[in-house]
Design a protein around this ligand. Structure first.
Ligand SMILES: [Fe+2]
Ligand SMILES: [Fe+2]
Length: 477
């Protein structure tokens, strides 16, 4: 295992693929199917564009990327794991202290396969959800960023497919094929998780998605990076380095939208959303509604608050907590408890439950902490303009479909309501059909002049890599 990546092979890799002929042939068989999927479901009309992309050349934490123009179908998708670290052990659960597994332990095979397939399914799903957005990009800079996110999600699919092919034999190969067959939002053959079947119809939704939902990806990958199954841990570690850019795109994207709106509000001394809209920018109330929607559907991705599956994944050593090895407890959790929210007699109350069953909730709480910090940064941007509006995370129980709050009607402030009451407020809290129409009407056609930005978004503070903001990030040919 080297940290540099071999680009001479048909499939770039740092796992000595050439030494395992059977595996290599299986993956070379899957590759054309993947390319077929990319041509069908990858970004629309993009196949001939030259895009200023980064490509991984090494898995070292620093200096792993080169930047150059690439046609996306020629992007070097491949298999990159961070190198093994000495005598790694299983660090939690009943197998704690055993050497980390280099092969799949037979008794955990189906659980492990399910974890890998569920993670793998989200990767192509987001590419499908975002495929039309290039047609209405607010700048070449943003267009390049969405394409970078898309090719890397494609690579994340490769990462999971490698594990399926390498460690799961025939059923792994079948799962790898099924990953190319499901389609986001398809009635008959949808993607596995709810948020990945929701449309991403406009750029505000895209930035919200990369801020909120790619960050769920970060937290899932982080807990899988703790796995006792070493190849999974090392795969996820490398994926995390790519994920950081996706969240950057989301946070700065929303940040630039609220900046532009708040600056115009201050300049024109207005706060009525209709007046704000009349200036061709997105009113902050609509940004708040998008936030409510994307936050709540992403919270559902963490799964039920009380989960025996999560307990099994942990106890067996397959999926840890966020930053497991930095936590100073027994890493068994047999006697620990954790607080989860639930609805009792018309109120949200906290309940202590065994910590092992609350691991989804704990990961969700870790996630919420990080999301709150991002929202605070957006609010700083608004504050600087002197506009008093502040964005807020809604209550954890707002608009939930999974877990203790599912079936209840909870306001953004945390009040338990009747279905009728909630419905009466729905369009104040979540984007209405009219809101989507308004936002989308603003985003017809794309801005293709280097250095120019759509009216509804501020330019970024700096360009990509060392390039200026008015660099020609995409050439259309
Ligand atoms: Fe990903
Ligand atoms: Fe991502």
């Amino acid at each position: 295992m080297t940290s540099n990546i071999d680009y001479i092979d048909k499939i770039p890799n740092n796992v000595d693929l050439g030494r395992d002929r059977v595996l290599q042939r299986a993956l070379e068989h899957w590759q054309p199917a993947y390319m077929g999927w990319w041509y069908d479901m990858g970004p629309t009309e993009s196949h001939n564009y030259d895009v200023y992309l980064r490509t991984a050349i090494s898995v070292d934490p620093d200096g792993w990327a080169v930047f150059d123009y690439v046609k996306m179908p020629q992007y070097r998708w491949g298999i990159f794991l961070v190198p093994p670290t000495g005598n790694r052990e299983v660090n939690f659960g009943i197998n704690k202290g055993q050497p980390a597994w280099q092969d799949v332990p037979g008794e955990y095979r189906s659980m492990l396969r399910r974890l890998i397939v569920t993670q793998g399914d989200t990767e192509p799903a987001s590419v499908e959800q975002q495929r039309m957005l290039g047609m209405c990009a607010p700048s070449l800079y943003d267009l390049r960023n969405i394409y970078q996110v898309n090719v890397e999600e494609g690579r994340h699919l490769w990462a999971m497919v490698y594990l399926l092919h390498r460690y799961f034999g025939r059923d792994g190969r079948e799962e790898a094929e099924a990953l190319l067959e499901r389609r986001s939002g398809d009635v008959d053959n949808p993607r596995i998780l709810g948020a990945f079947n929701e449309p991403t119809p406009d750029w505000l939704a895209f930035y919200m998605f990369t801020f909120f939902t790619d960050r769920d990806g970060k937290f899932q990958l982080s807990s899988l990076a703790e796995s006792g199954f070493d190849p999974l841990a090392r795969t996820c570690r490398f994926m995390l380095t790519e994920e950081a850019h996706h969240m950057f795109v989301g946070e700065t994207g929303v940040g630039r939208i609220v900046q532009r709106t708040a600056e115009l509000m201050a300049q024109h001394k207005i706060d009525d959303p209709d007046h704000v809209r009349a200036l061709g920018v997105i009113d902050l109330q609509t940004v708040q509604k998008y936030l409510n929607f994307h936050y709540s559907v992403t919270l559902d991705l963490f799964g039920g608050d009380i989960s025996s599956n999560a307990a099994s994944f942990y106890t067996t050593g397959l999926k840890g907590r966020y930053e497991e090895t930095r936590i100073g407890d027994d890493h068994l959790l047999t006697d620990a408890t954790y607080k989860v929210g639930t609805v009792k007699d018309g109120h949200v109350v906290d309940e202590d439950i065994p910590a092992l069953n609350a691991l989804n909730e704990r990961l969700r709480d870790d996630y919420i902490g990080e999301v709150q910090a991002g929202v605070d940064r957006w609010n700083k941007t608004i504050e600087k303009t002197g506009i008093p509006f502040r964005l807020q995370l809604p209550h954890k129980g707002f608009h939930r479909q999974i877990g203790n709050f599912a079936g209840h009607h909870i306001s953004p402030g945390g009040e338990v309501m009747s279905a009728e009451q909630w419905k009466a407020h729905r369009d104040e809290w979540m984007p209405s059909a009219a809101d989507y129409t308004f936002v989308q009407a603003m985003m017809t056609g794309r801005v293709v002049v280097p250095g120019k930005f759509a009216n509804w978004i501020a330019p970024p503070r700096r360009g990509i890599h060392t390039q200026p903001i008015d660099f020609e990030y995409v050439r259309f040919n």
